[in-house]
Write a protein that binds this ligand. Structure first.
Ligand code: HEC
Length: 415
């Protein structure tokens, strides 16, 4: 790039910052054209900037469902005048109504599992992510109720810890070696640390107010906390000792950095849900290197990693399970049992077996994939699932699932 061009480019970035008052990725994103009707102008003006219009076209909701989406978008910073809300809700419900649901496709096999589910303490808390802690407890983030919850699976006792900052929107969570629970405050834009013994929460602010929508947190082997910042298109690194946060921007625009894993060599990888890419980040320099997946339509949402450092991804948009080998650059994909609209989402690896959930089939399923035999097996989630956005293994070879819309958390025992 010539110096003159560079100057123009940085000048434009500066102008955008001043005009919008925030550095969300507010440049228009490309995507499908919205259908005509009263409310289209509002949608075009207010809903096509951080993400493109495919986010509106794809899901399909009832009017109440769209109301819920708008409540969520308003919480993360979309400004709508009171009069615009009903017009836009009607427009979205009319243009993108709830879709016919795909039935679950259950594949039988030899593995036996059993589910135990608990309703979270606050109804409607929307348990977004689960965490199996070293002491055998199950934690969850209650995104809508702004709480962290802890379930004792033996007694069924549940304790919820409200955040100090109201409406924090706790989203992802992870435990450190000392047993503190770290979480991304999705709505309020900070990283929190809960000391479960004292119940005290410490808030770590972002060094840049533009870093809205902190999303998935994970620790690397050296104790650094990494997190994706989806809406702002950034990756963050927090040093727990000093509380210092460093942020870098993802090279691709509107990449929607999402799920994360750390390799055996301590390198974080993240999914770009806004594109067909997976990226790694140098733990020292924070330089980002993007890897392009073979299908343009792939939208990797969450990641899992096996002992061979292969990255597994749930291709939410195409209904595939994928394996990407960063060493060879080769990808392999398998159609998920529920088909093209099965929306594979929460995913993890347990003893090198891949487990994930299909969120686009009713009821939602838990799917097992054995990379050696390349065979699938699947089960219906008793509660229906309510979209399993994340899952993780327990210490003793089980799985924990957060069932957000069902308001439940599940423990899966594998025989
Ligand atoms: C300030 C940036 C921003 C703007 C503007 C914005 N969104 Fe979003 N939207 C996001 C982010 C970030 C996510 C992903 C986080 C999530 O799913 O909670 C998202 C996710 C979504 C989703 C998918 C989640 C779901 O529940 O299906 C829909 C639908 C959506 N937005 C609709 C809208 C509509 C309608 C508008 C206009 C009123 C809008 N967005 C404007 C940032 C934005």
């Amino acid at each position: 790039m010539s110096t003159a061009l560079r100057l123009v480019a940085s000048g434009t970035a500066l102008l955008l910052l001043v005009v919008t008052g925030s550095a969300w990725a507010q440049t228009p994103a490309t995507g499908p054209t919205l259908p005509p009707g009263a409310g289209r102008e509002i949608a075009e003006a207010k809903c096509v900037s951080c993400h493109d219009a495919s986010r509106l076209v794809a899901p399909g909701y009832s009017r109440a469902g769209w109301q819920g989406v708008l409540d969520r978008m308003i919480k993360i910073g979309v400004q709508l005048e009171p009069g615009q809300v009903p017009v836009l809700t009607d427009y979205l419900a009319r243009s993108f109504p709830a879709k016919q649901q795909t039935a679950a496709n259950v594949i039988v096999g030899d593995t036996r599992v059993s589910f135990k589910e608990w309703a979270v303490a606050t109804p409607g808390a929307f348990p977004h992510d689960p965490l199996a802690s070293a002491d055998g407890a199950i934690w969850y983030t209650g995104q809508h109720a702004s709480v962290l919850g802890r379930i004792d699976p033996k007694s069924g006792a549940i304790r919820e810890y409200p955040t100090r900052v109201p409406d924090s929107g706790p989203h992802g969570l992870v435990a450190d070696a000392a047993g503190n629970i770290w979480f991304t405050a999705n709505y309020a834009g900070y990283i929190g640390k809960l000391d479960p013994t004292s119940g005290v929460i410490t808030e770590y602010k972002m060094p840049d107010p533009a870093a809205r929508d902190p999303h998935t947190p994970i620790f690397d082997g050296k104790g650094m906390l990494w997190f994706t910042v989806q809406g702002a298109n950034m990756i963050g690194r927090l040093a727990p000792g000093s509380g210092m946060v460093k942020l870098v921007t993802v090279p691709s625009a509107h990449a929607l950095p999402y799920g994360m894993v750390v390799s055996s060599r301590g390198v974080p990888f993240f999914a770009e849900f806004g594109s067909n890419k997976i990226a790694d980040i140098d733990p020292d320099t924070m330089a980002i290197h993007e890897h392009v997946l073979p299908h343009a339509g792939t939208r990797p949402r969450r990641l899992a990693i096996t002992s061979d450092d292969a990255i597994w991804y749930s291709d939410y948009a195409r209904g595939y399970l994928g394996r990407y080998d960063p060493k060879s650059g080769m990808a392999q994909e398998w159609a998920s049992p529920g088909g093209a609209t099965s929306q594979p989402y929460g995913i993890t690896a347990l003893h090198d077996i891949i487990w994930y959930s299909e969120s686009g089939v009713q009821p939602n399923t838990l799917v097992r994939f054995d990379p050696k035999s390349e065979k699938f097996q699947s089960w219906i989630i008793p509660s229906g699932g309510g979209v399993v956005r994340n899952m993780m293994p327990t210490r003793d070879g089980g799985l924990v699932l957060a069932e957000s819309g069902a308001g439940k958390v599940a423990l899966v025992t594998i025989e």
